[in-house]
Design a protein around this ligand. Sequence first.
Ligand SMILES: [Zn+2]
Length: 226
Amino acid sequence: MEKIKIGEKKFLIEIKRKRVQTLRLRIVGKNKIVVNIPWLMPLMVVNKFIKNNEGWILRQNKKIKKKKRLNKIKKIEILGENYEVETKKALRDSLVIIDKNILINYSEKNKLKEIFDKKMRILAGKLIKEKTRELANKYNLHYEKVGIKNQSSRYGSCSGMGSLNFNWQIILFPMDKFEHVILHELTHLTIKNHSRAFWELLEKYDSNWRENNRWLKREGTNKFII
Ligand SMILES: [Zn+2]
């Protein structure tokens, strides 16, 4: 990763040489861009591209919200419902959810995220497993088991053996996006790749898949708490 200046802003930039035909620039986080370029493309082309698209990059970057840090947030949404978050120093670590309040007791401040992840993952596991069962039944799909992971950027995955894995933090999405992620992985039970047939099948389960997919790319990881 290198630093560059675009307009008045400093950006982290990562240039990846890949088997691609043309340059492709993505804004992957606040002030962070990744550029995929063909093996032999001179770096000059990248600089020129950035210069020519400065306005667009700055506009897009503005839309990206900073990632939420647990010690700074007062409220979270779980499947579209608001919860107040309260943290308190205490002798023992604990997390309890009463009505729409999440109370976290921590013995040391740097353990806050660990307590949060551990407890919320249990709740998430329940919600994700229930929803997966419900949707699989509805569409007559058969999976082996559901695992709950703490992946940083992936939302879910489907193994060749029919095991599904989900990032617990997808419960921080609105309900329709949450269901979309699960339906995406359930579709992989039938079609492993992202071929045209895959999207056609997914459309049968989620007629709004295109919009949901776009939302995930744009907003998904912004909902994650780090
Ligand atoms: Zn997929």
